[in-house]
Design a binder for this molecule. Structure first.
Ligand SMILES: Nc1ncnc2c1ncn2[C@@H]1O[C@H](COP(=O)(O)OP(=O)(O)OP(=O)(O)O)[C@@H](O)[C@H]1O
Length: 393
């Protein structure tokens, strides 16, 4: 990627801070976004993350000016901008369906916004060349969009946005039409373009891995409200509740009676032959709590008859999927709880194994898994379905 030329450096943030202040959007009686507060520093990469229908696109469209607010305000430094039409906000947008002009060459697609703004010929040529270099499409400048791959078309869409030197780039699931391999490649490119140009970016995705890989800060949304804001490290290591834990790969959400708790250490158990010690950041008040464990944090400790260790979980393997270095297994405890674990050991269906997990890798939340499952599309709902079905609730 050839970057850092003088003109592209000129594109660095045209503002210090962008502030969303209680932004609310209703559709009839339904509230799609409620009291959304967020402070974005110039140059930051923010990901809005959450399942379908949580309000991500609504937030982005409110920022872009495509949707009027039902309440709240948006400030760019000292200027209130939520009353401005989209074209006066100076933001660039990249959508999931690239929305390129099929009859115009790559070069003319990228130049289009500049011609609308009556930028001179020489200046247009220079900026288009630069933008095409940035997204590595110089060689394809003469082609039509239909002659490009999906990833290349998405790069044209990005070039078209950055050529206008926007103050902020808004991206709505830009990679979701690409196949898995291309998605990962484009993700790296988007991050690199962001780093090199220093463009402030707000990026909508339902893919937790994408959000963590790209963003400086992740905003997790749930039913139109912000559930957690933090660095990728923060939300990954310290999810604020089972909802986010489920999203962050804690596929095992085990609701159990509380045996004891104090000083951040909680012992759960007495059901389904499971006893687990874990850590909690909040005091646990209720009689039951949820232990959240990632599949990769379980280790195979040996045979169930001889193994001794803290947090020993005896299971029978039901399904083993080959994932190259690892096997991803679904197993069940004697009491019927489903446990997902990953291991480099070659375990096979029918085999009985003892698993163990260090207490610091067991996060305990004082809430019900049902509550988390209601708002979540897959992981918690799955866990609930499975424990519910086999455990009788
Ligand atoms: N034009 C509209 N009229 C009525 N309801 C709407 C409209 N647009 C969005 N909604 C509702 O607002 C809520 C939030 O929608 P939004 O599109 O922001 O969600 P999202 O998180 O972006 O979902 P997805 O990932 O599926 O695009 C949803 O319940 C949706 O049905």
């Amino acid at each position: 990627m050839t970057l850092g030329t003088a003109t592209e450096r000129d594109a660095r943030p045209g503002f210090g801070r962008l502030r969303l202040d209680g932004v609310t959007r209703r559709f009839g009686k339904a509230t799609a976004l409620s009291g959304f507060d967020l402070l974005i520093e110039g140059g930051e990469f923010i990901a809005l993350l959450g399942p379908s229908g949580c309000g991500k696109s609504t937030a982005l469209n409110c920022l872009a000016g495509l949707l009027p607010l039902s309440g709240g305000a948006i400030w760019l430094d000292e200027e209130r901008i939520d009353t401005l039409p989209p074209e006066r906000r100076g933001f660039g947008m990249v959508f999931q369906n690239y929305a390129l002009f099929p009859h115009l060459s790559v070069r003319r697609n990228v130049a289009f916004g500049l011609s609308v703004r009556r930028v001179g010929k020489a200046e247009t040529a220079r900026r288009v060349d630069e933008a095409l270099r940035t997204v590595e499409l110089t060689e394809h400048a003469g082609r039509l969009p239909g002659q490009l791959s999906g990833g290349q078309q998405q790069r044209v869409a990005i070039a078209r946005a950055i050529v206008l030197r926007p103050r902020l780039v808004l991206m709505d699931e830009p990679l979701s039409n690409l196949d898995a391999k291309l998605r990962v490649q484009m993700r790296t490119e988007i991050r690199r373009i962001h780093q090199d140009l220093g463009l402030t970016t707000v990026y909508v995705t339902h893919d937790q891995e994408e959000a963590l890989a790209l963003a400086d800060r992740v905003v997790v949304l749930r039913s139109g409200r912000i559930e957690q804001i933090g660095t990728p490290e923060d939300v990954y290591t310290h999810p604020a509740g089972t909802y986010i834990a489920g999203f962050m790969g804690y596929r095992n959400l085990l609701e159990l009676p509380v045996l004891s708790s104090g000083d951040g250490t909680v012992r759960l158990g007495g059901e389904s032959g499971l006893t687990l010690t874990g850590r909690s950041r909040q005091p646990i008040g209720g009689p039951r709590a949820v232990a959240a464990v990632r599949p990769e944090d379980f280790q195979v400790a040996g045979s169930p008859d001889t193994a001794t260790a803290e947090n020993l979980v005896r299971v029978r393997v039901e399904v083993a999927e080959f994932h190259g270095r690892e096997v991803a297994a679904e197993a069940v405890t004697d009491g019927g709880r489903v446990i997902h674990f990953r291991t480099p050991e070659r375990v096979a269906p029918g085999e009985r194994v003892a698993l163990t997990v260090p207490p610091e890798r067991v996060l305990v939340f004082g809430e019900s898994v049902r509550e988390a499952a209601r708002a979540l599309d897959r992981p918690a709902a799955e866990a609930l379905g499975e424990t519910g079905a086999r455990d009788g609730g």
